[in-house]
Design a protein around this ligand. Structure first.
Ligand code: NAD
Length: 375
């Protein structure tokens, strides 16, 4: 079975970090006998320069056809003044919208070797492994009516609408329950049902789905989103999978990310509905960081967020969870040896370039692979 993959390196450090993913893919093909059918194309500013738009129709069609899309990052000062409609970020948003990628997965994992990179006390975050599932295509960011209007008294009024339908809530909650089954079996759902009707409906629908679709092996709890923001800092270990809407998810996932302390380490996945015939979901994987124009082209970019995003693709799109485990273990081992790019540098560690990191990771993968073969 071919595993089709569309690579969109994008702008800034995107192409640099993607080159390291390519090394990993070649290693997997050679050593694990899993092959990928790879296509590469342009997105963001690079696509504006070449095609006059940040995502061409042809590239979008390739996104629709691929088992997974792996995106680097888009944007940079060169395109700051382009027309708003074709700005680099518009390409990214168009992929999310057209593929209907409604579930955004943001893991917050604290690697032992990087525990000091967090501003929180080591005891609070040691061994942390939370998965935030954020609804991505609905809620107040898209709800109508919206706008800014003039009032008769000369004031202006800005307004947005928070809306969620039963099916929108169910499909993202289902993803959360499914993922919890492969983890620690716990889902916490966050909303503001104490002050918002949409939050009350959210809680009702999640609770009903939990019963109706026999997710009762998964432990479900509910929390108001403001309390959740506090609990994430107070005792983050109480969470396994956290499911929430678009707005709260935007904020809570950034907060959870910062528990880990390092932008260059954070992967993400955005998933669509499962195909009724194949069970496969449309999917895009991307690091949380941007195109980092300040360090682009200098070999300073940390490629691990993009490599860990590819590990998520291995797990969720290619059913290669064991290789994903090895890749994540290799990252742990590499960090444990003190090999670091500047963004995660600490006393006594060795400075590595983007390419050094990729090479060192290959050595760690080799070591894990050889150990497994010898066993
Ligand atoms: P950024 O994430 O690009 O950079 C923030 C800081 O973190 C910079 O100092 C950068 O050098 C550093 N950094 C980021 N990723 C790193 C990595 N892998 N290794 C080492 N250091 C890293 O955010 P920004 O500076 O606010 O935005 C720069 C551009 O990226 C803008 O055009 C913005 O619109 C765009 N952006 C794109 C995405 C995306 O493609 N998903 C996300 C955020 C920002």
């Amino acid at each position: 079975m071919t595993n089709s993959l569309l690579i969109l390196p994008g702008d800034g450090i995107g192409p640099e970090v993607m080159a390291e993913v390519r090394k990993i893919i070649t290693w997997i093909e050679d050593k694990k006998g899993v092959s990928f059918d790879i296509t590469e194309d342009l997105v963001g500013g690079a696509a504006i320069d070449e095609y006059g738009t940040s995502l061409s129709d042809d590239t979008l069609e390739k996104c629709q056809q691929a088992d997974a899309v792996l995106l680097g990052a888009v944007g940079g000062p060169k395109w700051d003044d382009v027309d708003y409609a074709i700005r680099p970020e518009a390409g990214l948003l168009r992929i999310r919208k057209e593929l209907d990628l409604f579930a955004n997965l943001r893991p917050a994992i604290v690697f032992d070797a990087l525990i000091d990179a967090s501003t929180l006390k080591p005891d609070v975050i040691r061994g942390l492994d939370i998965l935030i599932v954020r609804e991505l295509t609905g809620g107040v960011y898209f709800g109508e009516p919206r706008g800014i209007e003039d009032l008769p008294n000369g004031e202006k009024r800005g307004f947005n609408t928070q809306t969620y339908t039963t099916s929108e809530i169910e499909r993202v909650a289902r993803v959360a329950f499914d993922l919890a089954r492969k983890r620690d079996g716990r889902v916490c759902s966050a909303e503001k049902g104490n002050v918002m009707e949409s939050g009350r409906l959210w809680r009702e629908v999640v609770t009903a789905l939990h019963e109706r679709e026999s997710f009762t092996d998964v432990e479900l709890s509910h929390m108001y989103a403001d309390n959740c923001a506090m609990q994430l800092l107070r005792n983050p270990h109480q969470f396994d999978v956290l499911v929430t809407d678009n707005l709260f998810g935007d904020i809570l996932s950034d907060e959870a990310a910062m528990l880990t302390g390092s932008l260059g380490m954070l992967p993400s996945a955005s998933l669509g509905a499962a195909d009724p015939d194949t069970g496969k979901r449309k999917a895009m994987y991307e690091p949380v960081h941007g195109s980092a124009p300040d360090i682009a082209g200098q070999g300073k970019a940390n490629p691990l967020a993009t490599i860990l995003s590819f590990a998520m693709a291995l797990r969720y799109s290619y059913d290669q969870g064991a290789i994903a485990d090895d890749l994540e273990q290799a990252v742990q081992n590499l960090l444990g040896k003190g090999i670091r790019t500047a963004d995660i540098m600490a006393d006594g560690c060795t400075t590595a370039t983007t390419s050094d990191m990729g090479d060192a990771l290959l050595s760690e993968l080799d070591a894990i692979h050889q150990k497994a073969q010898a066993a």
